[in-house]
Design a binder for this molecule. Structure first.
Ligand code: HEC
Length: 272
């Protein structure tokens, strides 16, 4: 009896270490694949959306038939270079803190006359569909901060409130599964099925990945924006749909940006 138990325990240990070795191999292989894609930066299909976004930025559109070239992303109307690196920030004209996508939504509504409710009804693409216009523009703007370090100040009181709210939401368990973001993102080496779970509660780990958004996702063959990423994570928690531009979405992005302070912007990144 004891002998069978010992044998079973040994078999389990052997199996567990085999599984761990396989994990390490899989991780290594995926990392190699990412490296190969990075070595040839032009192999990233997300760059097509950068170009598409630039065209959209400079094309007169919407009921007002104007371009977005008067849109102030925080550095003055029409200034795109380096603007993403300083977002989210408080915008006095809107009276609230905004991340990139929320600000673009605001400009599309106020300058071009688009209906914001219409734009946020189904803001994210289904798998295989290209990222929507707003997302393509976000990809273009983020790409214009390529190589810069995240430098959002987040010191203005509204900004501090947003970061604090985001931090609370990150650690707060809620929804039918009683999950917090932290349930999946506050340990290193966690996995869900085959996917490694990024360790976002740690600043060093967050700094490595946050600057890669918007990112081209190989599994869905389209660019996914940060608002879309968080929408999906909330969906995994079976929480109500995350509204693009909502205070909750902005707060979470403000917190994640704070976590990633000093991290480099490399958007569009490439994700599995
Ligand atoms: C049930 C587990 C789960 C929960 C809860 C969860 N996520 Fe995620 N998250 C994932 C998975 C899975 C991925 C994608 C991993 C992949 O595709 O390789 C991911 C990816 C991310 C990424 C992209 C990181 C990277 O590697 O670039 C961010 C940012 C993120 N989540 C934020 C959040 C936030 C904020 C919350 C809370 C609102 C949250 N997640 C809740 C599972 C979860």
């Amino acid at each position: 009896m004891v002998r069978t138990m010992v044998a079973a325990a040994l078999a389990l240990i052997a199996f567990a270490s085999l599984a761990r070795a396989q994990d390490a191999d899989t991780e290594k292989a995926i990392e190699k694949y990412r490296q190969m894609l990075r070595q040839d930066p032009w192999s990233n299909p997300g760059l097509l959306d950068v170009d598409r976004g630039e065209t959209l930025w400079t094309t007169p559109r919407g009921p007002q038939n104007v371009t977005l070239e008067q849109c102030d992303l925080g550095k003055g109307p029409g200034k795109v270079d380096g603007a993403f690196a300083e977002l989210p920030r408080y915008f006095a004209d809107a009276g609230r803190v905004m991340d990139l996508e929320t600000r673009l939504l605001w400009c599309m509504e106020k300058l071009q006359g688009f209906d914001a409710a219409e734009l946020t009804k189904k803001p994210h693409p289904a798998g295989g569909q290209p990222v929507r216009e707003l997302g393509a523009i976000a990809t273009y703007v983020a790409n214009k901060s390529m190589g810069l370090k995240y430098a959002a100040k987040l010191t203005e009181p509204h900004e501090q409130d947003a970061v604090a709210l985001g931090e609370n939401l990150f650690y707060r368990r809620s929804g039918p599964f009683d999950f917090a973001c932290a349930t999946c993102h506050s340990q290193s080496g966690l996995r869900i099925r085959l996917q490694g779970l990024p360790f976002l509660a740690e600043k060093k780990a967050a700094a490595k990945v946050i600057g890669e958004w918007p990112a081209y996702r190989v599994s869905t063959t389209n660019v996914m924006t940060m608002q879309n990423r968080l929408y999906d994570c909330y969906w995994q928690m079976r929480m109500p749909e995350l509204q693009l531009g909502s205070d909750v979405s902005v707060a979470l992005i403000a917190f994640l940006t704070k976590q990633a302070e000093g991290g480099e912007i490399a958007a569009p990144g490439l994700k599995r």
